[in-house]
Design a protein around this ligand. Structure first.
Ligand code: ACM
Ligand code: ZN
Length: 644
């Protein structure tokens, strides 16, 4: 039979002694037949033994089960891809493999779409559907065949992302690479995500980013199996989404006349207008682009706060306490918020109707954060409304506002998610919470049986420093290091097992006050987003050491893709801990594995013969710490200094 001959020539798969996710998934027809035959092959192999998990394989995020086997599959221009007939989504997914190969290897692979099992004796890459849980896949690579079995389109796409990461990192190059053997190590991988919601946010209001950059952003998310793009589109500092019924929102609301330089309170402005918006056509194109990569775009329309750009265009939406409203030119929180009157709800409902037509996502983000109550306290309409509705205060008015919008949004078949502050005055009945103010809001919401996405600051805020602020560009605060992000557990321990089920995922937040360019966004987001992606995806225990080993290989892929990530990974991080006015306790760490740190205290350049850092030490005011990381007698990364 085709099946058995195919399998018997597939490398030397080995069994895993502990139970992989396979046991939990339940399997489809094809997979069952194949698995039985596969185990028969394994059982006859006297050399079978479990190898160290993940040896020589560096996939990020870490799959649920990885086992490397002996040997490799070599891919060349004669390697055929076999697909089941009629599945255009899988055809598109393998097209991404051919796109990469065309660029990096200078050839593409022929694709045969009929019945892959009928080609069991051929050499090739086989794609087979099997009924496991959503987004799951398995990948088995033997010397003659690679077999990817997928639950659905997303599973196939994630199988492909893993396959790309099994190939030499040169597969991510944009020009044909000479002398590369396109080998995939023989292996057995079984994989499915921990959370359904694996998000990455981008604020396109504090600074505007164009569509080509957003496509690149989505490509990077997809490479890391991140499946929700939270697109922050409206703010005090600019409105970025074309709304046909309210053309002023973009004609005028996209602009701020200038931007504060440095921190929000510097008082110094650049005198240069900043603007930019997305046409509905561009949005549709981006939504389609993202969907082809299994990324759902969740638009955020802020209410009732962070609304100054809209109010500057349509002052009647405010409480009307001021003569003049202008798009904000500095960062922060503004008291000019939407007034809860009929005109405002008509506006927001009309905006939402256009949003629903553009974004197929069931979930829409309605903001809800940082809404000062100053204007509402002074506004006769707001005060009368509080009395009329029997509300206790302005916090209950905020809740009333959100609940009213939720009713409308639910009636249109959509659901809302909002930042923690939507808990103020009571959560809307069907709302999900995006927990950013630490974990508290997330815990409260889960205890009330509302679904929660954990995006806490500073643990998942990518706008915080990732290394010593002394030598980093201006950022929001911190530092929040790669390790801190990696080790954060997004499911708070305090929750009961039942409540934990309400944590549906994680998100990394990228607020762009101090990220005026795409390059700065990439610098701040990567590689820390790799850590969040791994927490969102893997069902395995955290393993910092293993993560750093995989990440070092992975960084070479990001290099090929031209991602300007922060290189703090390779550099010593010198930290001073307060002791006495004359002394400080010093700790030094480095993320890169298999390294040693050498340092001096007299300002000289450390060499491989300098003092080895073994434990915290004390310095006085006259001393300066200069440290470098070494591997195999050679320095890696850059030398770092820190003085009193
Ligand atoms: C937020 O950072 N204001 C959600
Ligand atoms: Zn008002």
């Amino acid at each position: 039979m085709a099946e058995s001959s195919m399998l018997q020539t597939c490398g030397h798969p080995r069994p895993h002694k502990r139970e992989g996710p396979k046991a939990r998934f339940g399997r489809g027809r094809v997979a069952t037949v194949w698995s039985i035959l596969l185990s028969a092959v394994i059982a006859c192999n006297p050399q079978t033994q479990e190898t160290a998990v993940n040896q020589g394989i560096s996939v990020i995020p870490q799959p649920a089960f990885v086992q490397q086997e002996e040997g490799a599959f070599t891919l060349d221009k004669n390697t055929t891809i076999y697909l089941e007939a009629g599945d255009s989504a899988i055809l598109r997914t393998v097209g991404f493999l051919n796109e990469r190969l065309e660029k990096a290897a200078g050839f593409t692979l022929p694709v045969v779409t009929d019945d892959p099992l009928a080609h069991g004796n051929e050499k090739g890459i086989f794609w087979l559907s099997a009924g496991w849980k959503p987004e799951s896949y398995t990948l088995r690579a033997g010397q003659d065949r690679i077999v990817v079995e997928y639950a659905d389109g997303a599973g196939a796409f994630y199988g492909l992302q893993t396959l790309l990461q099994l190939l030499p990192e040169a597969i991510f190059a944009d020009t044909p690479q000479r002398g590369v053997r396109w080998e995939v190590p023989c292996c057995s991988i079984e994989d499915a995500p921990r959370f359904a919601y694996r998000g990455m946010h981008l604020d396109c209001c504090l600074h505007f980013f164009d569509i080509p950059f957003l496509k690149r952003y989505i490509d990077l998310m997809a490479l890391h199996k991140v499946n929700r793009f939270h697109w922050h589109l409206t703010e005090d500092q600019g409105w970025r989404l074309e709304i046909k019924q309210y053309p002023l929102l973009t004609e005028k609301g996209q602009w701020r006349k200038e931007t504060v330089i440095g921190s929000l309170s510097s008082g110094i402005y650049d005198g240069t207008p900043h603007g930019g918006y997305y046409t509905q056509e561009e949005v549709r194109d981006l939504v389609r682009y993202a969907a082809e990569r299994y990324v759902t775009i969740i638009p955020e329309i802020e209410m009732p706060g962070h609304a100054l750009a809209a109010i500057a265009c349509y002052p009647e939406l405010s409480c009307g306490l001021e003569d003049h409203y202008e798009t904000a030119t500095r960062w922060g929180i503004f008291k000019q918020v939407f007034c809860p009157k009929e005109e405002t709800f008509t506006f927001l409902e009309n905006v939402m109707d256009e949003v629903f037509a553009l974004f197929p996502s069931t979930l829409v983000h309605i903001g809800g954060d940082e809404c000062p109550k100053t204007s509402w306290k002074q506004c006769p309409h707001c005060q009368a409304l509080i009395r009329k509705e029997g509300l206790k205060d302005e916090f209950e008015l905020q809740s009333w506002f959100i609940q009213r919008m939720e009713k409308y949004i639910n009636a249109k078949g959509h659901e809302i998610i909002g930042w923690d502050e939507i808990l103020q005055g009571g959560l809307a009945p069907n709302a999900k919470v995006m927990s950013w103010l630490g974990e508290e809001g997330g815990i409260k919401a889960a205890q009330q049986h509302h679904e929660v996405v954990m995006a806490p600051y500073p643990k998942y805020y990518l706008d915080y420093w990732q290394a010593d602020p002394d030598s980093e560009p201006l950022a929001m605060g911190g530092p929040t290091t790669l390790r801190t992000m990696y080790e954060y557990n997004p499911v708070p321990e305090i929750l009961t097992p039942e409540e934990r089920k309400y944590v549906i995922g994680v998100e990394g937040c990228v607020w762009t006050e101090y990220m005026p360019t795409p390059a700065r966004v990439e610098y701040m987001a990567w590689p820390r987003m790799c850590a969040i992606a791994e927490s969102g995806w893997t069902t395995r225990e955290k393993d910092w050491d293993g993560f750093t080993r995989r990440l070092e290989t992975h960084l070479a892929r990001l290099d090929r893709l031209g991602v300007g990530y922060c290189d703090a990974f390779f550099n010593p991080f010198i930290e001073f801990h307060k002791d006495t006015p004359a002394d400080k306790v010093v700790t030094i760490s480095v993320d890169a594995p298999d390294t040693e740190i050498r340092y001096t205290l007299d300002g000289s350049e450390p060499t491989v013969a300098s003092q080895l850092y073994e434990q915290p030490f004390v310095i006085n005011r006259q001393q300066v710490v200069t440290a470098a990381a070494f591997r195999g007698g050679k320095q890696i990364g850059t030398t770092k200094h820190k003085a009193f």
